[in-house]
Design a protein around this ligand. Structure first.
Ligand SMILES: [Zn+2]
Length: 346
């Protein structure tokens, strides 16, 4: 009951997510008169290591990728590129936003690498401002980054907002401080350094360079840049046009409302069970599922859910030993899960 109430309240507060009366479309295009000013923010630095799950801390990855991104972006005309810092120093989020403001930034891109407490999450995601024009610009640029990462083979974990506990500002400091200065800023979480699906993407200098090149490509497309050698021309490329929301776009804070599992086919001598899964969440998309044979004591690795589909048919390996039951979980865009009914295997 309480959960249902919370869900309704969250839904009313965040009605903007599903029923936005849009006021305008917002797409930023390069204009020959003034150069585009891009600020790249290598996440963390100095005593702030960032994710330190691996022997190499996150701050090292973000600086490497940022330097490649800058080098690549400077191959384009009419763009000025800055890094918030090039030394391995401590710098507050406010100082980073102040730097962007000082150089008249058109956009700030904060580069990061992710990990999860459970080590089970994998893929790329981009965090964007939650209001107005900043939201539209952030969402449109984020879409370019995630398109690049999907081409590399990474799982797309979506474009997200996150509101602070006061409900009145963005949770992430770099987005909040930039928004105060009317600068669109996004946090690019390239991949998860603690998950086997993603570690191949950070295992060599070449791979890290590819992230930098892809990041620059995303920015060049978003701003419609033309390369200095004239060989690459995005001046007529149309990035996603995102309507300006009339109120704050909130993150989903509640679990999927409904998950059901229906056994379609099971052969005890066979190796697979075929199950139809249906999941519903009014506020955000379903993006992973997992399963358990021991009533929820242990769970499989997260499996990708077909985006935008309420129902998926999955074939699950039975492995060794006799199994009596199965139970499933579906996870929404914000990694909040709901368990299904118990499926009897017979
Ligand atoms: Zn980080």
């Amino acid at each position: 009951m309480r959960k249902a109430f919370r869900k309704i309240v969250a839904f009313i507060l965040c009605i903007a997510m599903t029923a936005i009366p849009f006021s305008a479309l917002s797409v930023f295009r390069a204009n020959a008169a003034e150069p585009i000013v891009v600020v790249i923010d290598p996440g963390h630095g100095g005593s702030n290591l960032g994710t330190d799950y691996l022997p190499i801390p996150e701050k090292t990855y973000t600086m490497t990728v940022a330097l490649h991104m800058k080098e690549q972006l400077e191959k384009y005309q009419n763009v000025r590129v800055y890094l918030t810092h090039t030394e391995d120093i401590d710098m507050s989020l406010k100082e980073r936003a102040e730097f962007a403001s000082k150089v008249n930034a058109d956009f700030l891109f904060s580069l990061h690498f992710n990990m999860s407490i459970s080590h089970s999450l994998y893929g790329s995601e981009v965090w964007v401002p939650s209001t107005g024009q900043l939201y539209s610009q952030g969402y449109s640029a984020a879409n370019e980054f995630l398109t690049q990462f999907e081409e590399m083979g990474l799982f797309n974990r979506g474009i997200k907002t996150r509101i602070g506990s006061n409900g009145k500002s963005d949770y992430y400091g770099i987005i909040r401080e930039s928004a105060l200065r009317n600068i669109p800023a996004v946090i690019v979480e390239h991949c998860h350094v603690d998950n086997i699906n993603d570690t191949p993407y950070i295992q060599s200098p070449e791979k890290l360079k590819e992230f930098g090149v892809r990041d620059a490509e995303a920015v060049a497309r978003y701003f419609g840049l033309v390369s200095k050698d004239g060989k690459t021309d995005y001046s007529s490329y149309a990035p996603l046009a995102v309507p300006v929301p009339s109120s704050r776009v909130c993150n989903d804070t509640t679990a999927p409302s409904y998950v059901s599992a229906n056994l379609l086919k099971y052969d005890q001598t066979g190796k697979y069970a075929t199950v139809e899964l249906t999941a519903m969440d009014a506020e955000s998309a379903i993006q992973y599922y997992s399963y358990s044979y021991d009533n929820g004591i242990t769970w499989s690795a997260l499996q990708p859910w077909a985006k935008g589909s309420p129902t998926v048919t999955v074939s699950v390996s039975m492995g060794y030993g006799k199994k009596d039951t199965m139970i499933f979980k579906a996870y929404n865009l914000y990694d909040i899960s709901t368990e299904s009914n118990v499926v009897q295997l017979h």
